[in-house]
Write a protein that binds this ligand. Structure first.
Ligand SMILES: Nc1ncnc2c1ncn2[C@@H]1O[C@H](COP(=O)(O)OP(=O)(O)OP(=O)(O)O)[C@@H](O)[C@H]1O
Ligand SMILES: O=P(O)(O)OC[C@H]1O[C@H](OP(=O)(O)OP(=O)(O)O)[C@H](O)[C@@H]1O
Length: 220
């Protein structure tokens, strides 16, 4: 049996074309099913549906052989026990610092102010501000970071931005890009040794799908 850990939503949707290139078609869509283990057209391949933040943990401990997780999530997890052979170039966005309109972030940094920053991404935020020499108190949140500055919980946030629509809707401005984000294939290091005959063809098919996508010959 080969077990693939995926989160529902954008990762699942954007992984479907890659799975198709590998000849794998899920039996159900997790959006329409409450099932957490989903079979596929190949009896030896199954999907487990977990929170995006939990994908690296399932793969690290071998509960899944392989999974797909955002760079944002992998940096927080630390990558222990994971082999990361491929950047899949899906679920692309960026991680940025944002502040309320009217807050002069550059001036606050220049005068050495201590900033309260709300984020789900403590490790990445800590490293970013340490490298810039900005003093911060980090406040851990699990979602809807955009709310924090609006109600006085924080001066700034570190969050993911794609179209910028969420920031605009909440009168926030992106003031600093920390890094570009995309999702990666993660493989349990022990499973790669024990099940290489089954895992390598899947890794190769995903790699081919990315090259095909870049050259315009294959989905996605
Ligand atoms: N607006 C976006 N556009 C493109 N990619 C995104 C966007 N937001 C998040 N991502 C990427 O997709 C991944 C999965 O996002 P998703 O919203 O499904 O999970 P989440 O809600 O962030 O995580 P969890 O459910 O564990 O709290 C993120 O880890 C990130 O890499
Ligand atoms: O720049 P935009 O295109 O508006 O995208 C940015 C939003 O996308 C993500 O949230 P998501 O839609 O995944 O919601 P959730 O993670 O809070 O469930 C992220 O946390 C931002 O809030």
């Amino acid at each position: 049996m080969m077990t693939i850990a995926l989160s529902k939503g954008r990762i699942f949707e954007e992984t479907l074309p890659l799975l198709a290139v590998a000849g794998i078609v899920p039996a159900e869509n997790p959006e329409q099913s409450r099932k957490l283990i989903i079979g596929t057209n190949r009896k030896e391949v199954r999907l487990v549906i977990v929170r995006a933040s939990d994908v690296p943990t399932y793969v690290q401990y071998g509960a899944a052989d392989i999974g797909i997780a955002g760079k944002d999530i992998l940096l927080e997890h630390g990558g222990v026990g994971l082999y990361q052979p491929l950047d899949l170039a899906i679920a692309k966005c960026r991680m940025s610092v944002a502040v309320p309109e009217g807050f002069d972030y550059a001036a606050a940094v220049k005068r050495g102010a201590r900033l309260r920053v709300a984020t789900k991404y403590l490790n990445t935020a800590r490293e970013h501000f340490a490298a810039k020499g900005v003093h911060v108190d980090l406040i851990k949140l699990y979602g809807s970071m955009e709310l924090a500055p609006l109600v006085g919980l924080a001066d700034a946030i570190v969050d993911l931005v794609s179209s910028g629509a969420t920031l605009r809707a909440n009168h926030l401005l992106e003031v600093e890009e920390i890094m570009q984000i995309s999702s990666r294939l993660v493989v349990n290091q022990a499973a790669l040794k024990m099940k290489r005959d089954r895992l390598q063809p899947l890794i190769d098919a995903f790699a081919g799908a990315i090259i095909g996508a870049i050259s315009g010959t294959t989905a996605p």
